[in-house]
Ligand binder design. Structure first.
Ligand SMILES: Cc1cc2nc3c(=O)[nH]c(=O)nc-3n(C[C@H](O)[C@H](O)[C@H](O)COP(=O)(O)OP(=O)(O)OC[C@H]3O[C@@H](n4cnc5c(N)ncnc54)[C@H](O)[C@@H]3O)c2cc1C
Length: 635
């Protein structure tokens, strides 16, 4: 008998890579669980754990994949005229069934409402963002309107107290935080052709002109006292029920307004019908990613709107919204990045190359460990920001296990402002680089873009995360904001912030980590103090912000590891702070961010490899020796 001839592959036979299926996204995410356990009391966590576990299972379920694929394959479109050429009463934005279902799924799970659920206590923002983190990467970008809805809800909470109980804003708020089918979303219209970062260039105007037919113009949502005219260049929640928008009053200053997109009118025959509230969808935009999301250009003609907050105080009135949407952005980035790491790992488990299992090839193992370290550093920064947000909103959170939280009041306000800008900018940027690494780690399949197969469509995760660096403040804008607030403001913000950082440094018990980080912080603070000219400080804004972020993440990694002496957390902190591994990329002051001198023979040892395996896979390195190429294999 001769040996059987090798069978050539056909379209249907031969080798097929079979990645491991993705796991429950909550149960498998030890890093998320660590952060939640740090800032949330045990009993609150026990209470919400079943919900998080359930959501983690749904996030990778067949049903969600189906809706997500549907939202991606059936892109939104606009129909303004009927077949006879007559304009509809309002421009019809047609979205897919999957898109709508993903919205309902989010509302049901409380992506917005949990942030306002007093029964969860002061930590409600943390629980909300745990849900948001699990929801976001499976939401087909519905997470974007959710974030703006949350921002609008927060702005409203700050004004409801002063409004009569029959003011329409009360009903609007209830809709925004509804978990039922009746939930509403809110858009946010700030960006115009003349600038998104610089809203002072706004060419949208508001005229005070109360509706003549009502004695109390504020009695109906569609009967706001102002008429708005202008053009908004980016509106992502175009299917929203209401929008918050900036417009100039005759003073030339910006005010904040709330308007419904449609209103009900009664025709001459007495029949009520829904018509546009002066909003014309000029066109939907064609984008690099976020294709499920109906981002439009809008023309506003006599749109009836209500003023929110004091006249001509639009920027301070909308500012709290930005903290909220920026938090959604970096939590979304962290979550997309985690999903990408899970995909890359699932692929590595199913792939063999150069005669060896990919998941154990030392270079790949190191790459996966490095991904985890970078992600862990970013997680620490992101979740601290959410905890400070919770503290700021409620005036208290259980700080017994987190003594590093800032003190409620001025300290927490200053810290939050710095953290949300820094977190949004640095985490979004790091996530893009991190996801690209994961995409490459899946080889050619990682570059595929099968819109009806979202489970391993890492390309979609990448292009949908890229936007996070730009919207809600591009990196440069946030760096500028952060420096002007921290260093150039006439208030003592830097002193307050430094006091907090120095207290954190004092909490670190591991001498080597404390000393290294203390040295970096001293050099960082000295550089900022020495810089005299604002334009030079601003010119170096990127490096300032990324260096600060590296130091803060390093401090948090050290403190996190010291909580329980967890081996992986300790090794991650050591590598980040002392070994120059992990980090936030190249935009740092390299003389400050710790770069140790490596021994001549390099850093790689058997011990390092073993820790790579523990960091990447949470397990001991298997006995089988994997070298990295069949030509070097001893077997
Ligand atoms: C998919 C998508 C959806 C969006 N959805 C919405 C939405 O729903 N609502 C909305 O209002 N907007 C939305 N935007 C707009 C987005 O917020 C803006 O594009 C963004 O804020 C940047 O503004 P810009 O486009 O005017 O760019 P510019 O402001 O012109 O910025 C260009 C560059 O200049 C830099 N820059 C600007 N100012 C400074 C400075 N002071 N110092 C240093 N560098 C600076 C920026 O960092 C950036 O790199 C969306 C954008 C995208 C891509």
């Amino acid at each position: 008998m001769g040996s059987t001839a090798p069978k050539p592959a056909t379209a249907d036979t031969g080798h097929f890579t079979r990645p491991e299926p993705l796991e429950n996204t909550y149960a498998s995410d030890g890093s998320l669980q660590r952060q939640l356990s740090w800032y949330t009391p045990r009993e609150t966590l026990d209470h919400v754990q079943p919900h998080l576990t359930q959501l983690g299972a749904e996030a990778i379920s067949e049903q969600i994949r189906e809706w997500s694929a549907n939202a991606e394959t059936q892109k939104p479109y606009v129909k303004s005229y009927n077949v006879w050429g007559q304009r509809y009463d309002y421009d019809r934005l047609v979205t897919s069934e999957g898109w709508k279902q993903l919205g309902r799924w989010g509302a049901r799970n409380g992506v917005v409402s949990l942030g306002y659920d007093q029964t969860l206590g002061p930590e409600r923002r943390l629980i909300q963002h745990a849900v948001n983190y699990l929801y976001s990467p499976s939401s087909g970008l519905y997470s974007c309107p959710m974030s703006m809805t949350d921002g609008a809800a927060l702005v409203l909470t700050q004004h409801l107290k002063t409004l009569p109980t029959d003011h329409p804003f009360h009903a609007v708020f209830q809709k925004l935080v509804s978990r039922g089918e009746d939930f509403w979303t809110s858009g946010q219209w700030m960006t115009e052709r003349a600038g998104g970062s610089d809203v002072q260039n706004t060419e949208t105007y508001a005229t005070y002109s109360p509706a003549p037919h009502t004695s109390q113009a504020s009695s109906g949502l569609g009967e706001g006292d102002y008429l708005i005219n202008g053009f908004k260049f980016f509106s992502s929640a175009t299917d929203a029920h209401i929008a918050l928008l900036l417009a100039k009053t005759p003073s030339g200053k910006l005010s904040l307004f709330l308007a419904p997109l449609r209103k009900t009118v009664v025709g001459s025959d007495g029949t009520p019908r829904e018509v546009t509230n002066g909003v014309r969808i000029h066109r939907l935009k064609n984008k690099l990613g976020t294709k499920e999301l109906p981002t439009a250009e809008l023309e506003l003609r006599d749109m009836r709107a209500h003023l929110i907050g004091p006249l001509d105080q639009g920027i301070p009135t909308i500012a709290p919204l930005l903290n909220v949407t920026r938090a959604h952005t970096f939590i979304g980035s962290l979550a997309g990045w985690r999903r990408a790491i899970s995909m890359a790992k699932a692929f590595a488990k199913g792939r063999t190359t150069v005669g060896e299992p990919l998941w154990l090839i030392p270079m790949h193992l190191n790459l996966l460990a490095e991904m985890e370290i970078r992600h862990r550093g970013a997680m620490n920064l992101g979740w601290l920001s959410i905890a400070v947000m919770a503290l700021n909103e409620s005036g208290e959170v259980d700080g017994t296990s987190a003594p590093h939280l800032p003190r409620a009041g001025q300290e927490a306000t200053v810290v939050l402002r710095v953290l949300t800008a820094t977190g949004k900018a640095v985490i979004s940027k790091s996530a893009i680089a991190g996801i690209q690494e994961c995409q490459e780690a899946m080889g050619g399949v990682g570059y595929m873009d099968e819109s009806d197969e979202p489970e391993f469509n890492i390309a979609r995760v990448l292009r949908n995360t890229i936007v996070n660096a730009t919207w809600e403040g591009a990196t440069g804008v946030l760096a500028s904001e952060m420096i002007r607030f921290l260093v150039l403001s006439k208030k003592n913000n830097f002193a307050v912030f430094s006091g907090w950082v120095e207290r954190l440094l004092g909490l670190i018990k591991t001498r080597s980590l404390g000393q290294a980080l203390g040295g970096c912080w001293a050099a960082f603070a000295a550089r900022l103090s020495a810089a005299k000219e604002p334009r030079f400080l601003l010119a170096d804004g990127h490096r300032t912000m990324f260096t600060l972020s590296w130091i803060l993440s390093g401090i948090l990694l050290a403190l996190d590891a010291e909580r329980d002496g967890d081996g992986v957390a300790t090794e991650i902190a050591r590598r980040w702070v002392l070994m120059g591994e992990g980090g936030v990329g190249d935009m740092v002051w390299r003389d400050i961010v710790h770069r140790p001198q490596a021994p001549v023979e390099g850093l790689y040892t058997e011990e390092h490899l073993r820790w790579d395996c523990r960091i990447a896979w949470g397990m001991e390195l298997p006995a089988r020796e994997v070298v990295g190429h069949r030509s070097l294999s001893k077997l």
